[in-house]
Design a binder for this molecule. Sequence first.
Ligand SMILES: N[C@@H](CCC[C@H](N)C(=O)O)C(=O)O
Length: 278
Amino acid sequence: MRLRFTKMQGLGNDFVVFDGVRQRVDLDAGFARLLADRRFGIGCDQILLVEPPRLPETDFHYRIFNADGSEVEQCGNGARCFARFVRDQGLTDKDEIPVGTAAGAIRLYLEPDGQVRVDMGAPAFTPARIPFSVETETADATYPLEIEDRTLTIGALSMGNPHAVLIVDDVESAPVATLGPLIEHHPDFPRRVNAGFMQILGPNAIRLRVHERGAGETLACGTGACAAVVSGRRRGRLDERVRVALPGGELVIEWRGPGHPVWMTGPAVNVFEGEIER
Ligand SMILES: N[C@@H](CCC[C@H](N)C(=O)O)C(=O)O
């Protein structure tokens, strides 16, 4: 069977997107790994699947698979591409699109300037919800994490998916390639974790690199950007509106504080369309 797909990217975090409303797409871990393979497949960090709605008052259901085949709860750059995809494919004519995910409902807004703004929902800090194996939540949501012979200080939270955020002096020289996988697989994170390395430039600007669970370091991570700003605010270091410079470009993240949703604004780009044999 031939499946139609669209290759998309948000700040260089790249996706293979399928319309699972008008065609049947049987996506399992093995097929996801093949699609993501940059030599034997199409190549991408994540595969996104648009499906009919499952939650009340949503128009679509959004499924996400990492390059390693694992199905996950949330993807921020993917959410912006999802909005562009359903509009460009004629699946909706709305500018405000309510979408269900495994982590709950989010709302996507197509802006007149071509950017996409997303209400990512409120972050969660309860360790069991991240999930993170510590007994009690701390006041600023930071925790010591033992890695080999070092004790790191991480901010831990969920943006629907799990994140650990470290503050570094210089993001360029941060040991993302070596420390990222060790944090991802740390036994205190039973479902693994995305690891963000944040350099704070001032109260309204950060630089960020993210080692993503199931994908390695990507050029940008939308939920990672949200998590970094939330963690920076919980530590008293950032204001409400922050520009996040990632290797692939810039996002604007806004968060008023606990109980409020995180807003993410950035681009979503079509790269090409094609067909692949399943
Ligand atoms: N690239 C994404 C996050 C994708 C999922 C993540 N790797 C996970 O396993 O939770 C983003 O833009 O948020």
